[in-house]
Design a protein around this ligand. Structure first.
Ligand code: PMP
Length: 400
């Protein structure tokens, strides 16, 4: 891994052991698991072995795992699939303002289709208050969806508590676990989760593969119809190499999560404290405790984040300014705005995310180059302490 890559939340390399496991399934074992002759056998066996590994990784039964093209599809299947199935019972869904776009956008679609969605707000640290979720549940509520953790600002949400509240009220509970996957254990045998979105690439597997955990007895409508694969829930010839890779990545994650965290957390802490103590007017976004151990998100006052990212890139440091989705635009992060962070402050936030190959060298590099860059950019910045913020200086001038 190239020194200075601290953007694992946006993209992770595939673990070499995963690549090795996948390779035979491209040319050697190329069969279609649906055929009856022996060439299909090895593909079918590999598919079911991978399902067992993914199930084992989250404490599920293999029959509760449906493979998808990724977390986006799994979120769509959970939200739209459950809503369609339960529309006769009610048309109200409860979620939050800090969900990933792949949750928010399907919910917006459901609103256009006649469902009502309550988006529960968050506090200054992006925490969702379980009491607020409880208060939002009505007689016609059919589904609650709250993420396990927010990958951008690092907040680990009280998803277990909220799932328990939903369960007590007889309402389905979905959680997008993707951001939690690299550093938080997930065990559906003890957690009150009905539907869980999982991603391969967030545990060093290939991109374009994911899964939805569907608790036994819970029913969702299929969104992709065709040949009836995945018990009719997700038709289409299975992506065998990708699924094999996901299975291997899940097996490794289960075995290595603890040692991964033991390695990443001290690095993250050294970086976080080094910046907060070494550079004036810097603030941690999100909580210090109940925080993803591989995430640091720090606000650097009086600087436009985009120039900061470019200057850091020139020194070999690759980080993000917000969620990967909004990072390409000049829009500040909607997550940070929802936390009550001001438009201009959110612009100067840096998101550092660590992974399996992060080292002290990465931290040393950031701590060596960041203070100088901040000093230089602050000298040129239009933003000064006490100055009124001018929206136009941020290019877009959108109102939020
Ligand atoms: N949920 C969360 C929390 C994510 O961070 C992401 C992106 N990694 C997704 C869903 C969507 O994942 P994908 O783009 O792989 O479908």
């Amino acid at each position: 891994m190239e020194k200075g890559y601290l953007d694992y939340q946006s993209g992770m390399p595939v673990d070499p052991r995963v690549v090795e496991a996948m390779t035979p399934y491209m040319m050697e074992h190329f069969g279609n698991p649906a055929v009856l002759h022996s060439v299909g056998d090895s593909a079918r066996e590999a598919l079911e072995a991978a399902r067992a590994h993914v199930a084992g990784y989250v404490g599920a039964d293999p029959a509760e795992i449906v493979f998808t093209s990724g977390a986006t599809e799994a979120n769509n299947m959970a939200l739209k699939g459950a809503a369609m199935k339960l529309a006769k019972k009610g048309k109200h869904v409860v979620s939050t303002v800090v969900e990933h776009r792949s949750v928010i956008t399907p919910l917006k679609f459901l609103e256009r289709e006649g469902f009502e969605v309550t988006y529960v707000p968050v506090d200054r640290d992006a925490f969702v208050d379980p009491k607020a979720v409880e208060g939002a549940i009505r007689d016609d509520t059919i589904l609650v969806s709250v993420m396990m953790a927010n990958g951008e600002v690092g907040t680990i949400e009280p998803a277990a508590q909220i799932g328990g509240i939903a369960k007590a009220k007889g309402v389905l509970f979905h959680t997008d676990a993707v951001a939690a996957q690299p550093s938080v254990p997930i065990d559906v045998s003890t957690l009150p989760f009905d539907l869980v979105t999982l991603s391969s690439n967030d545990i060093y597997g290939p991109k374009g593969v994911g899964a939805l955990y569907i608790r036994k007895g819970v029913r969702v409508e299929a969104l992709v119809h065709g040949g009836g694969q995945e018990r009719g829930l997700r038709s289409g010839t299975e992506n065998i190499p990708g699924i094999v890779g996901f299975g291997k990545a899940a097996e490794l994650m289960k075995a290595e999560l603890e040692s991964d965290v033991a390695r990443m957390k001290p690095l993250r802490d050294r970086l976080m404290d080094g910046i907060l103590e070494g550079i004036a007017d810097t603030t941690l976004n999100g909580p210090r405790d109940r925080r993803l151990p591989h995430n640091a998100n720090i606000r650097i006052a009086y600087i436009e984040g985009e120039s900061l990212l470019l200057a850091l890139d020139m020194e070999g440091v690759k980080v993000s300014s917000g969620s990967a989705c909004s990072a390409k635009t000049l829009e500040p992060s909607y997550v940070q705005l929802a936390m009550g962070i001001k438009h201009e402050e959110a612009h100067g936030s840096l998101q550092f995310t660590f992974g399996r190959w992060s080292t002290d060298d990465d931290v040393d590099l950031v701590l060596a180059v960041l203070p100088g860059i901040v000093e230089r950019l602050r000298k040129m910045s239009a933003l000064r302490p006490g100055m009124e913020y001018d929206k136009e200086s941020f290019g877009h001038g959108h109102d939020h």
